[in-house]
Unconditional design. Structure first.
Length: 349
């Protein structure tokens, strides 16, 4: 396959769309891992961006080289035959847990921002996701290529408004007290470990389909750079919000205060990002289940959504605050092995 900037941008869009889920798009995840630590949070974001660029690219290039069709095969290469079975069971539960967080986040958008029932958002998301899933990877590329540039644009717009506020510099260098301040030191590693550990469910089969190393490498670099930009922009915006940890969707609150004329469009973009991550997670779970069971996509996807829905009945903020840090620490083993695994990309298979 020839080198293709267009396809590299598509891979980058899928990479960003998979990572920028409910917690990332709403701002809740950025607050939990970074912004509540002030200046230390910004330092952690810079480190996270570097890791997203280096390890995201390495993950996809390695997956394409070994021709891994699913994250199960990739983990077998990374961990070995027997340990990978345990890791894959963990991954199955984590993907289900994160899918539930995404559905709960979609419900929170409808409940907190639109004044509608949480179930309206959840069921609408399930129905739309099933329709896109039936299209396959083309549907995944199409949705991400549309939504991701919008998310980046709105993040930058909010950042521009925020940096012009009179006390921005004071807030930027401020270091608030936090009883768990030690988490700011491990945040870059647990955060990237969590997101790459989960994103491999989508990135591995996508890279395997594309195959061209140059395209995959630049897709990883562009995607990691875009994630760094969105994280930084989100942080610059959220530090200007008083009591930032009190909201389920803090980014929407900021938009309502700073640029109310864009508020409703931004809420739609947040929902779009949550939607892309739901699709990505379910896409990965569907691929995983088909390693064990020969069943139609509609049946496997319906079963995945049923389990995810039951978990999503728990409050969105509660789910994210407990599950994401826990999953991050579990994924640290994956992170370390991916970092340490020697690999020569210039070899021919």
């Amino acid at each position: 396959m020839k080198k293709s900037w267009t396809q590299a941008f598509q891979i980058a869009a899928v990479y960003v769309g998979t990572v920028v889920g409910a917690g990332f798009a709403t701002g809740k995840e950025i607050v939990e891992f970074f912004s509540r630590f002030g200046l230390f949070g910004l330092i952690s974001i810079i480190m996270s961006g570097y890791l997203f660029i280096i390890l995201g690219s390495k993950l996809m290039r390695m997956a394409a080289y070994i021709d891994a069709k699913s994250y199960q095969e990739f983990n077998r290469y990374l961990f070995g035959k027997w340990p990978s079975r345990i890791i894959n069971v963990f991954m199955l539960f984590m993907l289900l847990g994160v899918s539930a967080v995404m559905l709960s986040g979609a419900g929170a958008v409808f409940e907190e921002q639109l004044g509608l029932s949480k179930n309206v958002g959840v069921f609408l998301t399930i129905i739309l996701s099933i329709l896109v899933m039936l299209v396959g990877t083309k549907g995944l590329f199409a949705v991400n290529t549309f939504v991701v540039p919008l998310m980046i644009s709105f993040s930058v717009i909010l950042m521009i408004f925020s940096v012009q506020l009179p006390n921005f510099i004071d807030q930027l260098v401020y270091i608030p007290h936090a009883d768990d301040g030690w988490k700011s030191v491990v945040a870059p590693f647990s955060y990237v470990a969590l997101n790459l550990g989960l994103a491999q469910a989508v990135l591995v089969p996508i890279a395997s389909e594309v195959k061209d190393d140059w395209t995959i490498k630049w897709g990883g670099i562009l995607g990691g750079a875009a994630l760094t930009l969105i994280l930084g922009a989100g942080h610059f915006t959220l530090i200007m919000l008083p009591d930032l940890d009190q909201y389920n969707i803090p980014m929407a609150i900021v938009m309502k205060n700073l640029a109310p004329f864009l508020y409703w469009i931004f809420v739609l973009v947040i929902y779009g990002e949550i939607f892309t991550s739901v699709i990505g997670n379910v896409f990965g779970l569907d691929r995983q289940l088909k390693q064990y069971l020969s069943i139609p996509t509609i049946i496997s996807v319906t079963a995945i959504f049923l389990v995810s829905y039951l978990i999503s009945l728990v409050n969105y903020g509660t789910l994210l605050s407990y599950l994401y840090p826990l999953f991050g620490y579990i994924c640290m083993t994956f992170f370390v092995l991916l970092w340490m695994k020697p690999f020569q990309f210039n070899k021919k298979k």
